[in-house]
Write a protein that binds this ligand. Structure first.
Ligand code: ADP
Ligand code: MG
Length: 200
């Protein structure tokens, strides 16, 4: 598996469109087990990313691209998810500094660092009904060369069944069981686009 700078840029432009398509759904879910702003937050952040990427087409490497994306998300998303999504790309940027194409261990470690970053910043772990429950199976599948689409779908489906113990959703306790976590859904949209960017 390989990730090139240009393919990551394309994946992010596609992810921005996906966030827009699912904006109302993300907000509706966050209205059920949060404060009803997740679709708005994701839309604002990824539209800002899209604008930056349309203005600049050539990036030296994955690091330069990821840094711009991370900074843009931190500046624009807000809420709990802003720093978390920002951290993902800041970790990508640190791991892939000067790297034009990531493959093998270098590819996996970017994703591992991103997941560790989310966990540290959110003081959360797998099984707490957050975006972590989609990132974890994705990375496991990446490491074992398993089916990435299946891993995303399974993670999303499992996270729906469990109770939230972190973030705003945790205030809704048992009522969160059976409701899709909005951040898990937005992460599945992003990871599905990143998956498309990975190829042999
Ligand atoms: P806020 O909760 O501040 O309104 P958003 O609605 O944009 O922010 O994002 C909520 C999403 O962020 C949740 O659905 C969840 O996936 C994720 N999230 C919230 N808190 C945490 C945390 N501590 N660790 C990991 N993810 C979290
Ligand atoms: Mg919210």
């Amino acid at each position: 598996m390989k990730l090139t700078t240009n393919d990551l840029r394309t994946a992010l432009l596609n992810a921005a469109d996906k966030m827009e398509e699912h904006k109302d759904e993300l907000t509706d879910l966050d209205r059920e087990i949060g404060d009803g702003d997740h679709g708005i937050n994701m839309s604002r952040g990824f539209q800002a990313v899209k604008k930056e990427l349309e203005a600049k087409q050539d990036f030296a490497d994955l690091g330069e691209l990821s840094k711009l994306v991370g900074m843009t998300l931190i500046k624009t998303v807000g809420g709990a998810s802003g720093p978390l999504y920002g951290t993902i790309f800041v970790k990508f940027a640190n791991t892939w500094k000067g790297v034009g194409e990531a493959e093998g261990d270098a590819l996996v470690s970017g994703f591992e660092e991103a997941l560790e970053g989310i966990k540290t910043r959110g003081k959360a772990d797998a099984g707490e009904k957050t975006m972590i429950d989609v990132w974890t199976p994705f990375i496991n599948a990446l490491k074992s060369e398993g089916d990435l689409s299946h891993a995303i779908d399974e993670g999303l489906a499992h996270s729906k069944t469990i109770m939230a113990t972190k973030g705003r959703a945790s205030y809704f306790g048992e009522a969160t069981k059976g409701v899709q976590d909005p951040g898990a859904l937005s992460s599945s949209l992003l990871l599905n686009e990143l998956k498309e960017a990975l190829h042999d």
